[in-house]
Design a protein around this ligand. Structure first.
Ligand code: AMP
Ligand code: ZN
Length: 498
């Protein structure tokens, strides 16, 4: 498998540290607010990556932290007159619910920064002892000039880092004035009265953000682990500073591969509160099937910026609908397989199945090229729809190949966390409103599931035709048509579909 490594600036063959196992760490959210669809894009990308590793037989240890100790949390708690714990508790629960609603798998381990403080004090002390950090009035800073390889990940030199930090540290607390150089960053921060704090050799304080992730990844994965990931906005300063801290403190490699997903934009603009185009994940999921949001994210490569718009969401819904339609056609065909002369060749199907699966794997093995893999599935289902003219039949024997085609669609979308069985006949899909009202008009009782109800409508019409009650038979067909559904008499009987 080829993986694009941000640090190497090229694709590299995946060689896990332990055969058959992948150890990965993906930076989690700072829990002071609900997550927006930009955050969701990053979490969905890494969920896709993790699921694909598992599909390829790797045992994945996926660690994702919760940043529950941060200036933003303290500010929010102060603004609302609540304790930081109340704020983080609320948004941790909300985050986990949102992730479940989006179909994202739980991490193997979900550590919280506030529960890992002793390790953070240790690394800070180690860096002071080794001459890479210094204390000023209870704050401890990393001395960037002491790290000769600083900038390996982002390609920035110390001067760039200084201008980057100038804006980042301008938090009104004058912290930067206490530093020896502007590029230096806080490993440990002195707490003000009333702020969350822990005892340390430098007085009461709390860890810096980079310190948190470095310690949690080492503790739960060991060094060096395979993959460290996050959104591309974390390359600098967060991940650059994590590398500096880890390598200077522990004198060994930190993460073997660095993966970053592209940013999400809305209607080609950066998402920002001032532009009023800030969309929270839960708002989107209130109106959209989570599978459609996932389909949208799959249509752009995970490293490319993703443009979110209503139109693209509608297109993604249609693309998913086409695949679901193909599944329904396959199910219908399998159910109506005949012993008579078949007109569909099972061997042709087996060929198509193999071609689709091979192409899917080769696209995904090439740095998780999901858009190409989805494109492959779409052409597979188009081919199937071409073969499955409703007037054609399949033999009982060849219907096994049709089963396999259906299984492949379900399997490959399953890799993406999209359950295609959700609306298939195997499930008890409820009867939609328009079919309910047809039942009322023609005077029959619904039969519980959609499938059974459609069968009942078909048999009532067949009965009417048998009794030469043409007006009733026609009325049923007209009612179906005016509801936007199609009733078709085929070689294998009558079919109703949308
Ligand atoms: P934060 O809570 O700000 O640390 O963000 C959590 C994750 O969401 C990080 O991996 C960020 O890189 C990612 N993220 C933030 N904004 C966006 C965005 N607009 N598009 C994609 N990912 C984002
Ligand atoms: Zn992190």
């Amino acid at each position: 498998m080829q993986i694009y490594d941000t640090k190497a600036r090229k694709k590299r063959e995946l060689i896990p540290r332990e055969k058959g196992k992948v150890a990965m760490y993906v930076c989690g959210p700072t829990v002071y607010n609900k997550i927006h669809i930009g955050n969701a894009r990053t979490f969905l990308s890494f969920d896709m990556i993790r699921r694909y590793f598992e599909y390829r037989g790797y045992e994945v240890t996926f660690v994702q932290n919760l940043t529950d100790c941060d200036d933003k949390i303290i500010n929010k708690a102060n603004e609302e007159g609540r304790s930081p714990e109340e704020v983080t508790e609320e948004f941790i629960n909300k985050f986990i619910n949102d992730m479940h609603d989006a179909g994202v798998l739980d991490p193997t381990i979900r550590p919280r920064a506030t529960q890992e403080i002793p390790e953070m004090i240790d690394i800070t002390q180690t860096l002071i002892d080794k001459g890479h950090a210094y204390e000023v009035e209870g704050d401890v800073y990393f001395d960037v000039s002491s790290d000769k390889t600083y900038g390996v990940l982002s390609g920035r030199d110390v001067e760039d880092a200084e201008s980057g930090h100038r804006t980042l540290v301008a938090d009104g607390q004058g912290l930067e004035k206490r530093k020896r150089a502007e590029a230096d960053f806080a490993l440990w921060k002195a707490s003000k009265p009333g702020e969350p704090s822990w005892d340390s050799p430098w007085g009461k304080g709390r860890p810096g953000w980079h310190t948190e992730c470095v310690c949690m990844s080492k503790k739960y994965l060991g060094l060096p682990f395979d993959i460290h990931g996050g959104g591309s906005d974390l390359i600098f300063p967060h991940h650059e500073n994590e590398i500096a801290q880890a390598e200077c403190a522990w004198g060994q490699g930190f993460a073997n591969y660095w993966m970053h997903s592209g940013m999400l934009k809305i209607n080609d603009e950066k998402m920002s509160k001032s532009l009023g185009n800030f969309l929270m994940l839960d708002e989107v999921l209130n109106q959209t099937d989570a599978r459609v949001l996932r389909m949208l994210t799959l249509q752009t490569h995970y490293r490319t910026p993703l443009n979110f718009s209503e139109e693209r969401l509608t297109e993604a819904g249609k693309a998913l609908g086409n695949i679901e339609n193909c599944i329904r056609n396959l199910e219908w065909l399998i159910k109506n397989a005949t012993d008579g002369e078949p007109t569909i060749d099972g061997d042709e199907l087996v060929e198509l199945i193999k071609k689709c699966k091979d192409a899917f794997i080769s696209h995904m093995d090439d740095d998780f090229n999901a858009p190409a893999a989805v494109g492959e599935i779409a052409s597979f289902s188009n081919e199937l729809n071409k073969i499955f003219d409703p007037n054609k039949t399949i033999s009982k024997d060849d219907s096994k190949a049709a089963e396999k085609a259906k299984d492949l669609l379900v399997e490959l979308f399953g890799v993406f966390g999209i359950d295609l069985n959700q609306n298939s006949e195997n499930n008890d899909e409820s009867v939609p409103a328009e079919i309910s009202s047809i039942c009322k008009t023609i005077g029959i009782e619904e039969a519980g599931t959609l499938d059974k109800t459609l069968e009942k409508i078909i048999s009532v019409r067949a009965e009417a035709r048998k009794n030469k009650d043409w007006s009733k038979a026609d009325k049923i067909r007209d009612e179906i048509a005016s509801a936007g559904w199609t009733m078709e008499d085929t070689a294998q009987g009558t079919k109703i579909y949308k």
